[in-house]
Design a protein around this ligand. Structure first.
Ligand code: ADP
Length: 203
């Protein structure tokens, strides 16, 4: 968790400002948002979000890593949760993970119609944050939901993620101490670094 840069220090180091932003400069809110590149299963926080599938019984990608690191008891609990609809979220214990809880959300799978299921992806972020808040959890990390096997393009997915978190934090100012965007790939790291100055303008 040492590697997590607060947005404040990130902004100061990178000297990023965005005069084009439509969002108000808000250093308290912005100081709660971090960018971390690496394995979400290593984070010692209240909750990590899993980009699960609707069975909640495990799969590939980040889902496989989380189930692998949490151990078999996670699957046992997940099998009692009754699955999960796209855009919804369910919570379980974290078992062998350093994170106390896992919030499982099911991102939309992008078909070949050309229409992006933006509302469903937005709902994943909002429902996950609401689930954390309802359980009095103060720190949470998100992977880049739907951008792997589910095929949501990275750039619009980053806009949904950052916009959803910004809006939720504005509506629930005192609910969280830290929200971490856990990117795994270089492409997402670059996108988030660029876009954070728009959604969380500093200085
Ligand atoms: P989805 O099915 O929702 O597309 P994926 O797991 O295929 O989910 O991919 C979602 C994102 O999670 C991708 O950016 C992928 O690179 C990333 N990812 C994979 N493993 C991990 C991990 N251990 N920690 C954090 N992110 C991960």
């Amino acid at each position: 968790v040492d590697q997590i840069q607060t947005w404040k220090s990130f902004a100061e180091v990178e000297k990023l400002k965005n005069p084009e932003s439509k969002y108000k400069k808000d250093d308290i809110l912005n100081g709660k948002v971090s960018l971390f590149q690496g394995d979400i299963t290593k984070l010692e926080i209240d909750a990590i979000v899993n980009a699960a599938n609707s069975s909640l019984l495990g799969g590939g990608g980040v889902d496989g890593s989380i189930h692998g690191a949490a151990g078999g008891l996670l699957r046992d609990e997940c099998s009692t949760l009754g699955g999960c609809n796209t855009g919804d979220a369910k919570i379980s214990s974290g078992y062998c993970l350093p994170a106390k809880y896992v919030i499982h959300t099911v991102g939309p799978s992008v078909g070949d119609t050309g229409n992006l299921p933006r509302d469903q992806l937005l709902s994943c972020y909002r429902k996950s944050l609401k689930t954390a808040k309802d359980n009095d959890l103060r720190t949470i990390a998100f992977p880049c939901i739907s951008t792997g096997v589910y095929g949501y393009p990275n750039k619009p997915a980053a806009d949904v993620a950052l916009g959803a978190v910004r809006q939720f934090l504005e509506e629930n100012r005192n609910s969280f101490d830290r929200v971490i965007f856990c990117v795994f790939l270089e492409v997402d790291s670059a996108l988030y670094k660029e876009k954070m100055s728009f959604y969380f303008p500093h200085g």
